[in-house]
Design a binder for this molecule. Sequence first.
Ligand SMILES: NC(=O)c1ccc[n+]([C@@H]2O[C@H](COP(=O)([O-])OP(=O)(O)OC[C@H]3O[C@@H](n4cnc5c(N)ncnc54)[C@H](OP(=O)(O)O)[C@@H]3O)[C@@H](O)[C@H]2O)c1
Length: 254
Amino acid sequence: MGYLQVKYFRKKSSSEKIQLAMEKRIILITGANRGLGAATGIKLAEQGHHVIFTARNSHKLSTLKKQLSHKHSSVDFIPLDVRQPDSIIGAYQTIASHYPQIDTLINNAGIYTSGTVDISTINDQEILEAFNTNTLGPLKITQQFLPLIKKSPEGIIVNVSSGMGALAEMDGGSPAYRISKTALNVTTKLLHHELSWQGIKVNSVCPGWVRTEMGGPSATLSIDEGISGIIWAATLQKDGPSGGFYRHGQPLPW
Ligand SMILES: NC(=O)c1ccc[n+]([C@@H]2O[C@H](COP(=O)([O-])OP(=O)(O)OC[C@H]3O[C@@H](n4cnc5c(N)ncnc54)[C@H](OP(=O)(O)O)[C@@H]3O)[C@@H](O)[C@H]2O)c1
């Protein structure tokens, strides 16, 4: 058996039903109350996957739950702040008591710290602020959920990174954000090194510059365009790549 096997019935005629079986992944997304995280979760639920939406703000999570629960039966909503150890452990315990495995983890939660522009004057606090959410957050979530990911026959981890973290595209500005995403890319490579031989794929994905709260209204891509590469990486086939950096499914130089 592959992932969670879900069978459903579609009427072919009044007297005949055909049974359709599809493979669903159980997908956990962080920072899923808005922006790319929410849109990715909704698209994956529409595709028939079981999606666990997580967010740090319970009020925002219950608003999303009200919007989505009547449209999609295969969704769940669990509070999770990627910076709070107690929150991470609590979410893990809840999820582990309800689910046999996690097939895909999407580390999407992130912050953009626009403060100091120059690396020569930035203070430690600004760097640590971005690092704690954008680098340590995904790492701590991955470490905590690894036992459940290892139970999947085809585990996938997607780290939502940024071209701003690519050494190949390293212009000036936004040093705290850039450092945090470069370090996230290193984390991707190291996790790939440790986990790929166990059948777990780990990739970094840059969504491009997207019109979310973070990207702002001048960004070049719609949310639908931005999530395409995240969806691709989250649903890779068994022979798909691992240990890479991608934008819209195309390799990006590190
Ligand atoms: N938009 C772009 O142009 C762009 C480009 C490259 C990469 N990215 C990356 O794509 C990802 C999603 O970005 P977005 O554009 O959708 O940004 P967004 O609209 O600002 O959404 C960010 C999400 O992360 C959540 N979050 C922040 N800190 C968190 C924490 N400690 N615990 C849990 N959730 C937390 C936010 O929750 P709250 O609502 O509670 O704040 C929100 O749901 C980020 O990793 C970002 O770096 C975005």
